[in-house]
Design a binder for this molecule. Structure first.
Ligand code: C2E
Ligand code: CA
Ligand code: CA
Length: 567
């Protein structure tokens, strides 16, 4: 709640008093703190109130006056929807009248002859504060766009419902709008707000039918707490139909996650679970509904376990870096050119966990840097070990998650890392996934330019999987394009896929950078790529990712092959 003394403007006070001497005294007491207007009878008072309805903070009202007395003013103000919010302090010298005035709705009284000035000032200030506090609460109980409860009130009321009727089965629902951000971007804020209002209407009619309560928790996310229902698919359909009927040109798809009644689970956890379910309701075009179940619960527990185990895993060196070779296939025999570092988690109880299972989790939880710093360190030390042992300056690329690129300390950390291991920055290559470039392009490009200026080389990973426009590509700071695996997968069966490969190679030629084709598994794929002029190849065809000790054999073999090219 905003304390009223932080609101800067001066409050307006109406003094209704027929005795000039009393007007003068009140003016003297109040004028330093307040703006003051006067009326000398009830009729004048009502005119003043009407004229200053928006600004008026309080009325000081004498009871005994000519023309229209204070009792009648009190009654009229209290019976008017427009004026009722203005508090009234009654000025009186008669004990009996005080009681009657309070019964009529006066907020307080001041006795005549007037008390000490401080007492009067304090009373006026207190009543204004009380009434403004009340109005602030009223203003924030409901969300102005949807008319639904605000977050705090929603949980307050839901908690009360649970407390006073603990046996009643209540479900938690989370609803949101698919790709709401793009509605905002494509059609503007106005349309975004209209969409939210439509959702609000649809949810309110659901609440009317079910005796539930609802809130817009944030942006396009809605919470509903309602007595258990039988058919949520039908409820979602009804909601969707209602929105379709009114949303004319904009397509709005609602998603819903449900957490069924769990008497032992607290409210916030129930809603977290409904939210998880809602996140999973994405994509399947048949139904945008997901109900939290045991399988989801197991998965959540698994993720929680991974999050809990992370720190110990780092200390215990459970993360293992594997290396997958990249070969230059435009020479014969193909020549080992570099490697990509790929992390695995060898968990003492859960076994080998692939990065696809934990990297996205740690990215979402903001912990990815813990894993990546570990990997980068290992890799830098490994490159140094190969240099010392085999006499080769072997380059390795590491993967960067998109949030890391915007980390202001990244540049200095990487520089320290390479210099601590006496490496040239270009031996420590950085893979950045294409979709990172489409997120916050300007800032990203700035960070990448700094890294390149320091000598680090940037490989754009998964190229072709995102939505970079041609226009944007031409201005991208990169040193290598890594073609998305999907192009290679279909290269044989599908002429279009091969055509896409040629397009990517053309783009790379235009940018003047080499291409790495990833996921190459067969002779045919390799030959097609060689024929099309692709320089670098990575994939099971040559080797799976290997532990450093195994990978070392590939380096040694390559060194020997180039000493004796006939072999
Ligand atoms: P990515 O960067 O696109 O890595 C390539 C993935 O393709 C690797 O999966 C690799 O093992 C796999 N792969 C390589 N050759 C073939 C092939 O011929 N056929 C098929 N089907 N797959 C092949 P992996 O190791 O499971 O890694 C998955 C993803 O996890 C990586 O995709 C990368 O985005 C991420 N990742 C891996 N290690 C790290 C890391 O240390 N840090 C970060 N931030 N992300 C990592
Ligand atoms: Ca990669
Ligand atoms: Ca890739």
């Amino acid at each position: 709640m905003v304390p009223s003394n932080t609101i800067r403007h001066r409050r307006l006070v109406l003094v209704v008093e027929d005795q000039e001497i009393n007007q003068g005294i009140l003016e003297f007491i109040l004028e330093d703190t307040y703006d003051i207007i006067f009326a000398s009878n009830g009729v004048e008072a009502l005119k003043q109130i009407e004229a200053h309805l928006q600004r008026l903070s309080i009325i000081l009202l004498d009871l005994i006056m000519p023309v229209m007395d204070g009792f009648e003013v009190l009654e009229r103000v209290r019976n008017s929807d427009d004026m009722r919010h203005i508090p009234i302090i009654v000025l009186t010298s008669e004990k009996e009248a005080e009681l009657r005035a309070l019964q009529l709705g006066a907020a307080d009284f001041i006795t005549k002859p007037f008390d000490a000035h401080e007492v009067i000032l304090a009373r006026v200030a207190r009543i204004i504060e009380l009434s403004e506090g009340r109005r602030l609460i009223q203003a924030t109980e409901f969300d102005s766009i949807t008319g639904l409860l605000t977050r705090g009130f929603f949980f307050e009321y839901a908690g009360q419902m649970r407390h006073f009727d603990p046996k009643r089965k209540m479900d938690a629902l989370v609803l949101d709008i698919d790709r709401f951000r793009s509605i905002n971007e494509m059609h503007g804020w106005e349309s975004g707000n209209r969409t939210l209002a439509l959702m609000g209407d649809a949810i309110r009619s659901l609440l009317d039918k079910t005796e539930g309560i609802g809130s817009r928790i944030e942006a396009d996310q809605f919470y509903v707490y309602l007595p258990q229902q039988k058919n949520y698919l039908k409820i979602l359909d009804t909601l969707q139909d209602q929105i379709d009927a009114l949303s004319n040109r904009i397509s709005i798809r609602v998603r819903m996650g449900v957490c069924p009644w769990m008497p032992k689970t607290d409210l916030h956890t129930m809603f977290e679970r409904a939210k998880t379910a809602c996140g999973m309701a994405r994509g399947s075009y048949k139904s945008n509904l997901m109900i939290y179940n045991d399988a989801i619960h197991e998965r959540e527990l698994y993720y929680q376990r991974l999050l809990n185990d992370l720190w110990h895993a780092v200390e215990d060196h459970q993360f293992k870096v594997y290396y997958q070779p990249k070969y230059n296939v435009q020479v014969s025999p193909p020549e080992l050119s570099s490697a990509e570092a790929l992390v695995r988690w060898v968990h003492p109880e859960l076994g080998m966990i692939s990065p696809g299972d934990f990297i996205p989790l740690f990215e979402r939880s903001g912990l990815i840097h813990v894993v990546d710093r570990y990997v980068w360190n290992e890799v830098a030390q490994q490159i140094a070990r190969w240099r010392d042992k085999l006499g080769v300056e072997f380059p390795v690329s590491v993967n960067l998650s998109r949030i890391e690129i915007l980390d202001p300390s990244l540049e200095s950390e990487l520089n320290e890392l390479v210099s601590a291991n006496h490496l040239a920055p270009k031996q420590f290559k950085l893979e950045v996934t294409e979709s990172a470039y489409t997120d916050d392009a300007d800032q990203l490009i700035e960070s990448i330019n700094k890294l390149r200026a320091d000598g680090f080389e940037i490989e754009m990973d998964d190229f072709g999987s995102g939505y970079s426009s041609l226009n944007m590509i031409s201005s991208l700071p990169i040193d290598v394009l890594k073609m998305d695996m999907k192009f290679i997968r279909d290269i044989k069966a599908d002429r279009k896929a091969f055509h896409m490969v040629e397009v990517v190679l053309d783009i790379a030629r235009y940018l003047g950078v080499p291409v790495v084709a990833e996921g190459v598994e067969t002779d045919e794929q390799l030959e097609l790529l060689q024929g099309a002029g692709c320089e670098l190849v990575q994939g099971y065809y040559f080797s799976r990712p290997l532990p450093a000790s195994e990978f070392e054999k590939l380096i040694i073999k390559d060194i020997e092959q180039h000493k004796n090219p006939s072999k």
